[in-house]
Design a binder for this molecule. Structure first.
Ligand code: BJW
Length: 233
């Protein structure tokens, strides 16, 4: 039982790095080999949907082989064993939180294992490759896209997220560079609500100074240690 009642955890690509999924920024990051403007905006998809499908099909193939790591498992344990509320908000489109057993989860940037019909708005589970010929099972249009949030699009479930941030007494940010909004602003929302704010990251994020406590190291080391500490009270 920890000293906190309402915990919000924000996770980013660094959480899944040790599961073999690349991060976006920094040396070896995805954006070194793919330009954001070519693959992660609605304009890129309108201009060259084949290329965007190739990018996400490639990532879907990597994700199929990935397993949750010790950090995902520790966060699922926190949810199970903590007496109060724990909400995990992930920017990751992989399914590793679910695979680890986390239930109270928001995928604010969408999910790679879902497809969205741009014609009728239907979202459906999707594990296979997508192409410009893939038909929507509901309306029959060939307008399927990955159900992910690109730059300029509205992240998912923002109302529920801001409500949780406004009521939390602990905010923990894990493995995110703090460069992409609105997620980068969550720490300020939580602090305004009076929450304690902790960053767990390999290196300081862009907004590191906004946190009251910081632990540095690989997620598989520092997240289980931090969860043990929280559960010990
Ligand atoms: C480890 C580790 C290990 C490594 N252990 N740690 C305000 C100011 C300026 C601009 C804006 C603003 N508000 C909005 C914008 C525009 C824009 C934006 O933020 N631009 C910035 C670039 C400036 N935002 C948007 O367009 C968003 N939409 C929006 O704002 O709608 C309007 C709105 C209005 C009002 C309220 C709400 C909304 C949409 C953003 C969509 C982002 N999409 C992407 C790609 C799609 C999904 C996908 O393909 O996967 O999402 S971009 C990419 O970045 C992906 C990620 O989820 C996201 C964040 O990246 P993340 O997770 O932080 O990864 P990295 O690589 O950056 O960092 C990894 C970290 O891990 C590092 O810190 C490492 O140190 C660490 N690490 N190994 C622990 N082993």
């Amino acid at each position: 039982m920890s000293a906190y009642h309402n915990i919000v955890i924000l996770t980013g690509a660094g959480l899944s790095a040790e599961s073999g999924l690349g991060t976006f920024r920094g040396p070896g990051g995805l954006w070194e080999n793919f330009r954001i403007e070519d693959v992660a905006t609605p304009e890129a998809f309108a201009r060259d949907p084949v290329r965007v499908h190739e990018f996400y099909n490639l990532r879907r193939s990597w994700h199929k082989q990935a397993l949750p790591n010790a950090a995902h498992l520790a966060l699922a344990r926190l949810e199970r064993e903590h007496g109060g509320n724990v909400l995990a908000v992930t920017q990751n489109i992989d399914a590793l939180h679910e695979a680890a057993g986390t239930k109270n989860l928001i995928h604010m940037h969408g999910e790679l294992e879902r497809a969205l019909c741009a014609a009728c708005g239907t979202s459906a589970p999707w594990k296979e490759d997508l192409s410009i010929e893939t038909l929507c099972a509901r309306c029959g249009e060939a307008a399927m896209r990955p159900d992910v949030v690109w730059f300029g699009e509205m992240p998912r479930e923002m109302e529920r997220i801001y409500e949780a941030l406004g009521a939390c007494d602990l905010f923990v940010s894990i493995g995110t560079s703090g460069t992409v909004y609105p997620a980068a602003g969550f720490v300020m929302e939580a602090r305004a609500a009076g929450a304690h704010a902790v960053e767990l990251n390999l290196e300081p994020s862009d907004g590191a100074d906004l946190f009251l406590e910081r632990l540095e190291g690989p997620a598989t080391g520092i997240v289980p240690t931090y969860v043990d500490r929280l559960l010990a009270g």
